[in-house]
Design a binder for this molecule. Structure first.
Ligand code: GLC
Length: 602
């Protein structure tokens, strides 16, 4: 028996006892909820359970037509007018206005993935992805980062962020490894709570600078076999509870208002149809009083027949369904409404299950004060991308950097160095610096958003006026350097697009570093990656090597440390494999190149 399952019985008892007492009590709104619910028709109730992607709506007026409770912008669903903050504010306000034209004027909740800042809009501050925040091991800093994120999201009229991901990624081959703070359950719980507090404030309430958080993806998304995205997590219940449940127990206790269900399965059963885990464990045992939202078209994966998908997911305990498709498309939100109405009429979904779902949704809307108005403070919109916000992200970058090697103490570099060559396309590529979920779902290389600073730009503004900085993207022009900074790493990706059998540094990157090493000058390698990569000869060919993860827009956070204004503080949030044969490199004692928690200080 693993050490985890040995302590599980004790742990579960403490957990269950502690939580039901500690969880934030949203039921205080239940008088108002019951009064509203008693006035609602079945159509109005089912409408509240629908979250349609904005691209599924031909016209915002469909929010009123179908009494929709929520609209989202998926990773690539942007306002027609463009991607500025104002474009988003106008877009979202249009949908919110339609909801107030309905008979009962139930306010709309608009949701987006704000997973490392308000990563959907041009000019927003992009923070390090969660794996980098995990390397800070600093809950207070995570809380500050998410407070800024909440302010920038609210500045566009949006009051719901599908964040934090509290996955506990067990296998680096998973394309979403970077969305997890760590492969250590305790750290994921602690940083996940800090994120929720930053997003929602100390108590989910009517503070217009806060947003509804969404812990995701329940349950076991990071534990699938071979790290296959949306795959199957195969383990006994004791392990599932000990390794993946604590972040949700902690999130419930911290008052998270929504939780998103995972695409993945547990021992072959789709999470979206698992009544035991969705209802008995999460809502019953842990006392979760908020609402459960599905993932993007995730119920479609339960069975070939959509009506069966609807029946099994709603009866399992799903409260709101994320539906990307509109009339004319398969499994569209109108079909969902019709199917659920039929299922109620046929006695296959009980009216009290509908009432429970709508009660949970309305509880949160009342708790957030949305019924008292949801106007956006223009000061929040103005503050998007502000120097103050960028300063918080810059600190996150500084504290996320992990120094893996520093032979001969080549770091920190001197500002007065004579000739510095910066090599590697990633050095001047904001898209690679930010990674996936940046402006577009998959992210993209190049100058993805205004207001950011690439590492090359940061170096140029940091060194002395007499220093010659030369940029050689392909590393073909290294002659005459006193030192060479080589920047390498992964191109942006998200979700299953990032799944890989071999999380290795590419041969091109390894050759670039080798060419730099051949000059005989000090080589400082900076790695942009969403996970530890098998380094091959890159480590031995580097004088110093820094894991920078996916730092986001504030490249000066890297030079702050590279040139010694701040010390290296980061430590590995998960072990670093030496070879592919060591993968999955588990914190629980697998062989590795660098253990969990490793990080040199200078
Ligand atoms: C995606 C992701 C989820 C995200 C949702 C909406 O497929 O799994 O994390 O919140 O769809 O974009």
């Amino acid at each position: 028996m693993s050490k985890i399952s040995a302590i599980y019985p004790v742990f579960a008892t403490i957990l269950a006892a502690g939580l039901s007492a500690g969880a934030q009590d949203f039921s205080q709104n239940d008088g108002k909820v019951a009064a509203l619910l008693s006035q609602m028709t079945l159509d109005e109730k089912i409408g509240q359970m629908v979250q349609a992607d904005c691209m599924a709506l031909t016209n915002a007026s469909e929010v009123a037509t179908y009494d929709l409770g929520s609209v989202l912008s998926g990773g690539n669903s942007d306002p027609a007018a463009g991607n500025t903050a104002q474009d988003w504010l106008d877009w979202v306000n249009g949908y919110k206005a339609e909801a107030l034209k309905t008979r009962l004027k139930i306010p709309l909740l608009y949701g987006v993935d704000a997973v490392h800042g308000h990563n959907n809009i041009l000019g927003a501050v992009i923070f390090p992805h969660h794996i980098g925040l995990g390397a800070t091991h600093d809950p207070d800093l995570v809380r500050q980062a998410e407070r800024v994120t909440a302010q920038e999201v609210a500045g566009t009229g949006i009051r719901w962020a599908f964040d934090p991901c509290v996955a506990v990624p067990q296998d680096e081959r998973w394309g979403r490894t970077y969305e997890g703070y760590s492969d250590d359950t305790r750290w994921v719980s602690e940083l996940g709570v800090a994120a929720i507090q930053g997003l929602q404030g100390s108590q989910l309430g009517a503070d217009p600078q806060t947003v509804l958080a969404c812990a995701k993806h329940y349950l076991g998304d990071g534990g699938t076999h071979n790290g296959v995205d949306q795959g199957n997590t195969e383990c006994d219940e004791a392990t599932l509870r000990a390794r993946f449940l604590p972040p949700y127990a902690a999130a419930v206790k911290a008052g998270v208002g929504s939780i998103m269900v995972s695409y993945s399965s547990w021992n072959g059963v789709k999470m979206h149809s698992n009544k035991y885990l969705l209802t008995d464990v999460l809502k019953g045992e842990l006392g979760f009083q908020g609402f459960l939202v599905s993932d993007w078209a995730a119920i479609d994966q339960i069975a070939p027949d959509y009506k069966e998908d609807v029946e099994r997911s709603i009866n399992a305990g799903l409260d709101m369904v994320m539906i990307p498709y509109g009339p004319g498309q398969k499994n569209n939100f109108v079909e969902f409404i019709q199917d659920l109405k039929s299922l109620v009429a046929e006695g296959k979904v009980a009216p009290n299950r509908i009432d429970d779902a709508v009660t949970r949704i309305l509880r949160i809307k009342f708790q957030m004060g949305l019924f008292d108005g949801d106007a956006t403070d223009p000061a929040l919109t103005q503050a998007i991308g502000s120097p103050e916000h960028r300063a918080v992200a810059r600190q996150c970058v500084r504290e996320s950097l992990v120094l893996l090697k520093n032979e001969g103490h080549v770091l920190p570099l001197s500002r007065k160095i004579g000739n510095l060559v910066v090599a590697g396309e990633a050095a001047d590529d904001l898209g690679m610096q930010c990674g996936g979920w940046t402006i577009d779902w998959q992210g993209k290389v190049g100058n993805v958003t205004p207001g950011g600073t690439t590492l090359l730009q940061a170096i140029k503004t940091t060194v002395s006026p007499d220093t010659q900085v030369r940029f050689s993207a392909d590393g073909s022009d290294l002659a005459g350097a006193d030192a060479i900074v080589v920047v390498v790493g992964e191109k942006p990706y998200a979700e299953m697009k990032g799944d890989t059998k071999k999380p290795d540094l590419t041969m091109d990157d390894q050759m670039l570093i080798a060419r730099a090493q051949a000059t005989g000058k000090p080589v400082v390698t900076i790695l942009f990656s969403g996970r530890p990569l098998v380094l091959g000869k890159a480590l031995q060919n580097s004088s110093a090597l820094v894991a920078a993860w996916l730092p986001g827009t504030e490249g000066e956070g890297i030079t702050d440390v590279l040139f010694g204004d701040y010390p290296f503080n980061g430590s590995l949030p998960r072990p670093w494999p030496k070879t592919d044969r060591q993968i999955p490199t588990l914190s629980s004692g697998g062989k590795c190149l660098f253990p969990d928690g490793f990080g040199l200080k200078n």
